[in-house]
Design a protein around this ligand. Structure first.
Ligand code: ASP
Length: 330
């Protein structure tokens, strides 16, 4: 939506964190830079309420009559399905353009701007995934209904970062004071970029574990350092396993490599095994934005510390809270 500022919050909401989610009514959600501790507290409280609602009664009619368009130019399983489930569990409806962009007018050469200007005629909110960094902002500039960024290339994935943080809070009770290790493709992994940026608002220690060519981009590392966080980089997951409270494991993003021989060199670099888990804290949690392609062995799944499928469900609760917020029902 071109007419509004990206950062939606005003001081009055900061003073009342419980109503801060309402500050998102009619707003786009494009970047984690729109979030502060107050409005995250509010979104997480709403997400928790959504969880209780689903456990109690399965659905509600909060968004009855509202229509979400899910427009995905890149593959997705969880993000698209959880937005669809979130909308439908709140009584709303969905136009899903998630598998067949190649069968839509996009394949005839229609621009993103025209596709958005068309779809906004039918919709109250648009969720967009697109391979280009900055595409969600472009779409928002052309749309009169809120646009939610569901991943713009190697850029950001703000709703994933919120669900990641919500999961840490639900699993461990608090975020401040934790030692959080991110493992894998820190260069192209947009979930790592967004989560790291959000974590600069908390009092956490960060450990970044990656092969040399997949290190965290300098610009994000500088944000972490400017925030004064305790931070260290290493190539070896063994250096962090004993002290970590959260092990955030990621897939090497094959689709972002221009030279596939480089991908072949680094894929399979890290594998979380039951042997490695024996060295971790009893209360640590293992997370992964999924899909995994071998980074976490299947026999780790039965370990109570394996939180990645609970993380998937939390994604639906957080997206319910966000949809309600942007549609003015937060
Ligand atoms: N599902 C996540 C994303 O869309 C992580 C991944 O694809 O590896 O960024």
């Amino acid at each position: 939506m071109s007419t509004k500022p990206i950062t939606p919050l005003v001081d009055v909401e900061a003073a009342d964190p419980l109503s801060a989610a309402n500050g998102f009514a009619g707003q786009d959600i494009l970047s984690v830079s729109q979030f502060n501790r107050d409005n995250m507290t509010s979104i997480f409280r709403k997400s928790h309420e959504m969880r209780e609602l689903i456990e109690r009664q399965g659905s509600s009619d909060l968004l009855l009559g509202k229509i979400l368009t899910c427009l995905f130019y890149e593959p997705s399983t969880r993000t698209s399905a959880s937005f669809i489930a979130a909308m439908e569990r709140l009584g709303g409806s969905v136009i899903p353009i998630t598998q067949g962009v190649q069968f839509s007018s996009v394949s005839k050469g229609e621009t993103l701007a025209d596709t958005i200007r068309t779809l906004e005629q039918y919709s109250d909110v648009i969720v967009l995934r697109h391979p280009d960094v900055g595409s969600a902002k472009v779409a928002a500039d052309y749309s009169n209904v809120p646009v939610i960024n569901a991943g713009d290339g190697a850029g950001e994935h703000p709703t994933q970062a919120l669900l990641d943080l919500f999961t840490i809070q639900e699993e461990l009770g608090a975020i401040d004071g934790l030692k959080i290790a991110m493992v894998g493709d820190l260069r192209y992994g947009r979930t790592v970029h967004s989560l790291t940026k959000l974590l600069t608002q908390y009092d956490v220690s960060l450990r970044f574990v990656s092969p040399e060519i997949l290190r965290l981009p300098l610009v994000i590392m500088n944000e972490v350092k400017d925030a004064g966080l305790n931070v260290r980089e290493t190539h070896d997951v063994a250096d962090v396993i004993e002290n970590a409270d959260v092990l955030y494991v990621t897939r090497v993003q094959k689709e972002r490599f221009s030279d596939l021989s480089q991908y072949e060199e680094v894929k399979g670099h890290y594998e979380i095994t039951t042997e490695l888990m024996e060295r971790a804290k009893a209360k640590m949690v293992v997370m992964h934005p999924l899909p995994r392609v071998g980074e976490i062995h299947y026999n780790v799944d039965s370990d109570p510390r394996a939180a990645y499928f609970r993380q998937v469900k939390n994604g639906m609760y957080v997206r319910m809270a966000l949809l309600a917020a942007v549609l003015g029902k937060g």
